[in-house]
Design a protein around this ligand. Structure first.
Ligand code: AMP
Ligand code: MN
Ligand code: MN
Ligand code: MN
Length: 289
């Protein structure tokens, strides 16, 4: 066990599209040996207070986070904010706008599924959503319930993606807005799972350059959605751009995740961890665990 295996900076509760409540998620993390956990729900910080209360009880360091949906050059990109202040008005308002957009988008998705002969998906998807956001994951769970596909990956192959029933073009926040909401709230902006974006290397380099110019500080190097080769590839890119390296499972719950909590491999050598100056992690070193 190294310090690395105690840190997970990307996870979801049922405030967004995870299965666990914030309380259950933090308990799950503790049960899997984590000591530092960031809750990073999509476009919503409503789970942070509850997560923090449980984390305090269990002696886990809870990092207040969010994963913001961004449209950059017609592509969807996710930007994680770590140590954000959820009460910072421009951030809170920006996230509110994104959540409102999600409702409109959900209606468009349902209309598209209707045309494909799948009825009742709007209500069906909302039954899986809680008080927070409505997402494609909730539609996917409804489609599985209807027997349209047997597992998550298959649902996303047959539905909900470009060119398939249930897809609905949507414009998220701009990269500049998302990064500045995070940074101006006192947080650190991180490009989530860069290996998952369907873009060639020149475009990826431009994304990193632009992200950095807006005040972005880090990229995820080790994530549940990267291959072993991609750990190395993005370790090199982080060094090239002077961006710090983050790690997170992107845990959503049993059957929805690529990776269980507490299973992240050690970062490639030479990476500068995003937590290098964080007192929460210093405390871990000092306690010798
Ligand atoms: P949305 O933000 O509403 O577009 O939903 C995106 C979410 O859907 C992601 O955060 C994942 O949790 C989930 N998702 C997207 N693609 C897949 C996939 N191929 N397999 C499983 N889950 C996926
Ligand atoms: Mn998700
Ligand atoms: Mn994501
Ligand atoms: Mn995520």
């Amino acid at each position: 066990m190294t310090i690395f295996s105690h840190i997970d900076l990307h996870s979801h509760s049922n405030v967004s599209d995870g299965l666990f409540t914030p309380t259950e998620l933090v308990r799950h993390a503790a049960g899997h040996g984590l000591r530092v956990l960031a809750l990073t729900d999509h476009d919503d910080t409503a789970g942070l207070a509850e997560a923090r209360a449980v984390a305090d009880e269990l002696g886990i360091q809870l990092i207040g986070g969010v994963e913001i949906s961004v449209t950059w050059r017609k592509r969807t990109v996710h930007i994680v904010g770590l140590k954000v202040d959820p009460d910072y008005q421009p951030l809170a308002e920006g996230l509110w706008q994104i959540r409102a957009g999600r409702h409109t988008r959900a209606e468009g998705m349902a209309a598209s599924l209707e045309l494909a002969g799948i009825h009742g998906s709007l209500e069906g998807a909302y039954r899986y959503a809680n008080k927070g956001i409505i997402s494609r994951t909730h539609f996917a769970r409804f489609l599985m319930e209807k027997g349209c596909a047997s597992e998550m990956r298959k649902v996303f192959k047959k539905f909900l993606v470009k060119g398939k029933p249930g897809y609905f073009e949507h414009r998220w926040a701009s990269l500049e807005d998302a990064v500045s909401w995070i940074v101006n709230s006192g947080g650190t902006a991180v490009i989530a799972h860069p290996g998952r974006y369907d873009m060639g290397r020149p475009t990826m380099l431009e994304l990193m350059e632009e992200f950095r110019s807006f005040g972005g500080k880090a990229i995820e190097v080790v994530t549940g959605s990267h291959t072993v080769d991609q750990y190395q590839e993005f370790a090199r890119l982080s060094a090239m751009f002077g961006l710090q390296a983050s790690q997170g499972s992107d845990y959503h719950g049993q059957g929805l995740s690529y990776m269980e909590m507490g299973r992240l491999p050690v970062m490639p050598a030479g990476c500068v961890p995003v937590w290098q100056d964080w007192p929460e992690v210093q405390a871990l070193y000092e306690s010798g665990r």
